[in-house]
Design a protein around this ligand. Structure first.
Ligand SMILES: [Zn+2]
Length: 233
């Protein structure tokens, strides 16, 4: 999954409590933490190759995306958040843990079975929704749209923040469309050459750039939108 990962990021923006435990821009980084790890490993040449199995491309992502290491990355994310926000307590830890681990669950839906149980395990998970790229596109954008509508409803801010959020949404739709129609995701069995696809360091660099731009954009918008109950009390 790609843009759909951002849907859970708005979960803790406010739930009638007035204060935001995990800011949306931090949640934006948390939900992609596993892919940021992947990007770093791809830049180092440790992960990021594409394997062809039965004419379909599978990612080689044993350390960033195995079920076991994903739980580890979720714990690392939770600890990092608590380090910088000690007052958030156990709730802060578990909220970020859940945000980071949501990445694995969403990837499980769309990936072809290339998410191993542990690094090197022959048991690999994935429901292969990527085999139906336009259904995957609708699923991801639907999740993102629902999340943004929820966030707009529980926050308040000037019209400019809404315009900016709409532009961001359109930009994310474009990225998602480019991603889902890229060779290696939308594949006609047998005619995909992994050598022609973005992989290794170039894939890692573009992933880091994308996640950074999106986190900065949502941080800019978030500064202009306050939780509704904070204003009322
Ligand atoms: Zn991923």
């Amino acid at each position: 999954m790609f843009m759909g990962h951002y849907a859970p990021a708005v979960w803790d923006t406010q739930r009638g409590k007035g204060t935001v435990l995990v800011p949306v821009w931090i949640a934006f980084l948390a939900v992609q933490f596993m892919d940021i790890i992947f990007a770093c490993l791809a830049i180092l040449g440790i992960e990021g190759d594409t394997r062809m199995i039965g004419g379909e491309p599978y990612f080689t992502i044993p350390y960033s995306h195995s079920l076991l290491t994903s739980l580890g990355w979720a714990a690392v994310g939770g600890f990092l958040f608590k380090l910088f926000h000690p007052s958030s307590g156990a709730k802060g830890f578990w909220m970020v843990f859940g945000l980071v681990f949501s990445h694995w669950i969403f990837d499980f839906i769309v990936h072809r079975p290339d998410l191993p149980l542990w690094p090197g395990s022959q048991i690999e998970f994935g429901l292969s929704v990527w085999n139906w790229p336009y259904m995957a596109f609708a699923l991801e954008i639907g999740l993102l749209l629902a999340a943004f509508i929820y966030w707009v409803r529980v926050t308040t801010g000037p019209r400019s923040s809404l315009v900016a959020l709409t532009c961001l949404f359109a930009f994310m739709c474009l990225i998602q469309f480019a991603f889902i129609t890229a060779p290696g995701i939308q594949v006609q069995a047998g005619n995909f050459d992994p050598a022609s696809a973005l992989s290794g360091p170039s894939l890692g660099m573009s992933a880091v750039a994308t996640y950074t731009i999106l986190a900065l954009a949502i941080a800019w918008i978030e500064r202009r939108r306050a939780p509704k109950t904070t204003l009322q009390t």
